[in-house]
Design a protein around this ligand. Sequence first.
Ligand code: IMP
Ligand code: MG
Length: 175
Amino acid sequence: MQEPLDLRVLLSEEEIAARVEAMGRQISADYEGEELLLVVVLRGAAIFAADLCRHISTKSVLDFISVSSYGLATSTSGVVRFLKDLEESVEGRHVLIVEDIVDTGLTLTYLLENIRSRKPKSLRSCTLLDKPSRRRVSIVPDYLGFTIDDLFVVGYGLDFEQYYRNLPNICVHLD
Ligand code: IMP
Ligand code: MG
């Protein structure tokens, strides 16, 4: 696919695919013999999760949650709004939160606290991208795809004002 001129490829389809496969293998090894509840954070993590879950050999259930901290702007407000809750019960289950990107860390911190209060058997987080330079709360994801600089990226599920999620690679948005 031809990218618009204001986008520059940061991570190619091939690089993403290789890393996602490796993450899936690691998760499969870590949870071998256990059942896993994958909590996918909409909308950004949907495409990552779709690829990741197909590399997870552990018996898994997929569920989706949606929170918002951004509106249409690219700077965080620090406010996390709950848009859609899980359908599955978390209690007594091994839960893995699947995120697209950890930026300030506010969203993942909120989700971890919220889900921990529902008494899972274990709780970990998995993110494709991490921007540690922008952290406002100290949080380290358990599984991490790529650490990136303080750049605004789109594609492979990540959006700018809801656009570009369908790009097959991850691009820097130069606007
Ligand atoms: P945090 O609460 O600041 O860590 O924000 C995490 C959420 O912000 C992610 O799940 C994304 O939806 C969004 N976000 C942060 N950085 C980017 C980016 O570079 N591109 C697209 N969305 C981003
Ligand atoms: Mg998100």
